[in-house]
Design a protein around this ligand. Structure first.
Ligand SMILES: NC(=O)c1ccc[n+]([C@@H]2O[C@H](COP(=O)([O-])OP(=O)(O)OC[C@H]3O[C@@H](n4cnc5c(N)ncnc54)[C@H](O)[C@@H]3O)[C@@H](O)[C@H]2O)c1
Length: 385
């Protein structure tokens, strides 16, 4: 077995996503497994180079996880100029991303990045064009597709369970504390439009790849985005005005006619089994998929309710659904996509979760916000490079 080291510059690794999901649960987990076996006698060994603004925080992270204490830097250009660095990964705040990705592409690095890839569509498309011209490999995080609940939903779709799929109803959200009497569980930049915040910018990119991959490309969007909580308190306990949307009510028409309606909100209290759930209704069956679980109801087991508010409910509707079995073990979704991307870097071959796909997410967010501002439904044109 030959071991091939891939040095991966990780920027934004002190953040929520960069640290927990990408460093600890993905790359460090891969190292604990001995690296990524490519199946051709080679094992890929990811070697993180931690990049950020605070050297002491990066050093502390390196130390905590037994990483090379010298492989930390606050100088992105120096890291990008280092020929031993193969991949640039970005999990910074959204507003810092586009510039860093451009510099990394210009330096000839392969790119892996969180979403959204840029603040606007022109920038997102330009990144895809630049990466193609520079002939580097590029990937954008689409973690939701790898979640157990959605994998089970995909199994139902692939197995023809639904017959003709008619509609998708998504509920995403939870209460994000304002930050005064209880600390907020999300960073304050999420609620400032000028810093790349907003639930549309955050969640519509997820809805785009999810709908696209499972049901078909989005052809139109109608959304109402709003700021339910106008005043919040930041990490230092200082009050600020929330300038970004914290809830969005969207309707998406998909190619082929499926209608998807997804509510996204940081101002809703959870009365669901999971933080996100999608109900899919088809002519032959329906299913409700969340992060981990998926329940289904075949048409042969569908009850026949009759509307009569005068009599108490006699049926347990929820109890009539059947759990879709795991039929296997599910690894962390972020790690699974890292593995696919690293294989792609090593071997090339077809790969769809790229910067063009990332641009589609940015496009849907942009059109969603425009639809809301203008109060009308908008077509979503197909993107090409
Ligand atoms: N795939 C997902 O499910 C998912 C979930 C949440 C967030 N995200 C994306 O990941 C990115 C990071 O989100 P997060 O929730 O981890 O944010 P965070 O605030 O916890 O972390 C942000 C990181 O960026 C760094 N940073 C660089 N420049 C900065 C600046 N000018 N101001 C503040 N921080 C700066 C911080 O040091 C930190 O390491 C965002 O682009 C977000 O859209 C993705």
């Amino acid at each position: 077995m030959t071991r091939k080291t891939l040095r991966i510059a990780m920027n934004g690794v002190t953040g929520r996503m960069g640290y927990r999901q990408h460093l600890v649960r993905s790359l460090l987990a891969l190292r604990e497994e001995g690296g990524l076996d490519l199946g051709d006698g080679t094992v890929l060994w990811p070697e993180p180079v931690l990049v950020g603004r605070r050297e002491h925080a990066l050093r502390a992270l390196a130390e905590r996880h037994g990483l090379d204490a010298e492989a930390v830097s606050t100088d992105l250009d120096a890291v990008l100029a280092d020929d031993t660095v193969d991949i640039y990964f970005d999990a910074q705040v959204t507003s810092a991303r586009e510039d860093a990705l451009r510099r990394a592409i210009a330096a000839g690095k392969h790119i892996y990045t969180e979403k959204p890839t840029a603040l606007g569509l022109p920038g997102a498309l330009e990144l895809a064009r630049l990466a193609r011209a520079a002939d580097v490999r590029h990937g954008v995080v689409q973690d939701k597709l790898y979640l157990p609940g959605l994998q089970k939903l995909k199994r139902l779709i692939d197995g023809g369970f639904f017959g003709e799929i008619l509609s998708v109803r998504g509920e995403f959200g939870y209460w994000v504390f304002e930050g005064d009497w209880q600390e907020s569980q999300r960073p304050a930049w999420n609620y400032r439009a000028e810093e790349g915040g907003g639930i549309v910018a955050d969640m519509f990119p997820h809805w785009e790849y999810l709908l696209h991959d499972l049901f078909g490309p989005v052809r139109s969007v109608q959304a109402l985005a709003t700021t339910h909580i106008p005043r919040r308190w930041d990490e230092r306990g200082k009050p600020y005005e929330a300038t970004a949307d914290d809830a969005a009510y969207g309707i998406f028409e998909l190619e082929g006619g499926i209608v998807a309606q997804i509510n996204s909100s940081w101002a809703v209290r959870v009365n669901r089994d999971e933080l996100v759930e999608f109900q899919v209704d088809g002519t032959h069956g329906s299913a409700v998929a969340g992060l981990r679980n998926c329940r289904a109801q075949h048409r042969s087991a569908t009850s026949k309710p009759v509307w009569n508010p005068d009599v108490p409910l006699s049926e347990d509707f929820r109890g009539q659904w059947q759990d879709v079995p795991d039929n296997g073990e599910f690894d962390n979704g972020f790690k699974l996509q890292w593995e696919e991307f690293l294989r792609h870097v090593a071997h090339g071959g077809p790969w769809s979760r790229d910067l063009l796909a990332g641009a589609r997410g940015v496009q849907l967010a942009e059109l969603g916000l425009r639809s809301s501002a203008e109060g009308r439904r908008l077509d979503v044109p197909e993107l090409t490079l």
